[in-house]
Design a binder for this molecule. Structure first.
Ligand code: UGA
Length: 404
């Protein structure tokens, strides 16, 4: 099938690369000319495991352009542009502008919205373009986006005429739910909001553990998670959720519910708790140390989670800012992020650790749990992502560890 993809960020580029590597001719369009130049040179503009390989393998099937007219012969066009919040509400300007352009050159194609949009958006886009609009939200996680696109838990397709889109994803062998546009749109928000609530919940249980000797939130989570009704995933206590999705989507769905006069206070409290998580943990560290002022601190990990170089809404950057405000002298190490002007960044983990008296884990990279723990001897370790084995490393504060 001839496929177009508009918006070549994490979602769009992975969709384009995966579908091209399955033999579909794909045209990827993005308004960012420098991104297109990078892609034309065969490179991915960001780090995502397996993505470069997929792009390389699909080279003969994929073309990149900033020109919407290149989409003219596509049968299905995936819309993967950002949906940021403005004044805490979803801002559809990119969705509408891109849809308007697509309509000019490919009015007979199916327009498939992958961007995260509130219920009612597909209807609006259909009114604007007169096109067959299909909702096909993505559930991929950065860091495992290729895997999640090729082997998702489920595929959700909303709309009246969905056959072509269903055919495209058949290769995954995953369960496909076909429903209305509105259900598909809401499934995405309900899923992200539920996962965010799960994270804030386990972080609160972690706080409780810290008050009870002989407890460990990881063990509590494991015991809870074996109950199939609860599930093991997304019960990792830590610094709270970041990234380009959960913070934005929880706020958008909360304000959407308010507009509808509906009580979604569970989500509101998950947001509020998450917003306070970093200052709360910095206060806990300050209590432990007496003061942070003048202390040499090494922060391990900068991205919002492991296996990505994405810094959007990164809890690590927030903690660094907060530590600096408390007078700490902060250095950082990250396995893939390089060159941030405002941060004293090391490209060697053990040098960063040895130049410091305090070590904080802020991202859950496996590289950190694999280190030779002898370099941590004599350091105060604040394991905010529970990277280290508390039996092997003396931990000053480990999220969710109840000390005697
Ligand atoms: C999230 C969802 O997991 C995807 O299903 C969805 O498609 C995507 O948003 C989106 O809406 O586009 P992503 O933002 O890539 O994916 O990252 P997650 O793996 O969900 O992690 C989000 C944040 O929660 C990270 O900061 C992570 O460290 C934190 N987290 C996650 C925890 O603190 N504990 C956990 O147990 C899991």
């Amino acid at each position: 099938m001839r496929i177009g993809v508009v918006g070549l960020g994490y979602v769009g580029l992975v969709t384009a690369a995966v579908l091209a590597s399955r033999g579909n001719p794909v045209t990827g369009v993005d308004v960012d000319v420098s991104r297109i130049q990078t892609l034309k040179r065969g490179k991915s503009p960001f780090f995502e495991p397996q993505l470069d390989e997929r792009i390389r393998n699909a080279r003969s099937n994929i073309e990149f352009s900033e020109d919407y007219s290149k989409l003219s012969n596509c049968e299905v066009i995936f819309l993967c542009v950002p949906t940021p919040n403005t004044d805490n509400r979803i801002d559809l300007r990119y969705v509408m502008a891109a849809s308007d352009e697509i309509k000019k050159y490919s009015a007979s194609a199916d327009l498939v919205i992958k961007s995260t949009v509130l219920p009612g958006t597909a209807r609006k886009v259909s009114e604007l373009t007169g096109m067959n609009v299909v909702s096909n939200p993505e559930f991929t996680r950065e860091g495992s986006a290729v895997h999640d696109t090729e082997k998702p838990d489920r595929i959700v397709i909303g709309g009246k005429y969905v056959e072509r889109v269903r055919k495209i994803w058949e290769f995954t062998g995953s369960p496909i739910i076909v429903t209305t546009n509105e259900n598909a749109e809401l499934i995405k928000y309900a899923s992200n909001a539920f996962l965010a609530v799960k994270i804030s919940f386990i972080n609160q249980i972690a706080d409780l553990c810290e008050r009870i000797p002989e407890t460990d939130v990881n063990v509590v989570a494991e015991g809870m998670g074996l109950d199939r009704r609860i599930g093991r995933e997304f019960l990792k206590a830590g610094l709270g959720y970041g990234g380009s999705c959960f913070p934005k989507d929880t706020v958008a769905v909360s304000s959407f519910a308010k507009q509808m006069g509906v009580d979604l206070s569970i989500v509101d409290s998950a947001i509020q708790y998450n917003d306070n998580r970093v200052p709360f943990l910095v206060e806990r560290m300050e209590e432990n140390l007496g003061t942070l002022n003048g202390k040499r601190v090494c922060v391990l990990g900068l991205s919002f989670k492991d296996n990505t170089d994405d810094l959007r809404e990164s809890r690590s950057l927030m903690i660094i800012e907060n530590l600096k405000r408390h007078g700490a002298i902060v250095k950082a190490y990250d396995p893939v992020v390089r060159n941030i002007d405002t941060i004293d960044l090391y490209d060697d983990l053990s040098k960063c650790v040895s130049a410091s008296e305090i070590v904080i884990t802020a991202t859950e990279w496996k590289d950190f749990s694999d280190i030779d723990t002898s370099i941590l001897k004599g350091k105060k370790v604040f394991d905010l992502r529970r990277v280290f084995d508390p039996k092997k490393v003396e931990i000053a504060l480990g999220v969710g560890i109840g000390k005697n």
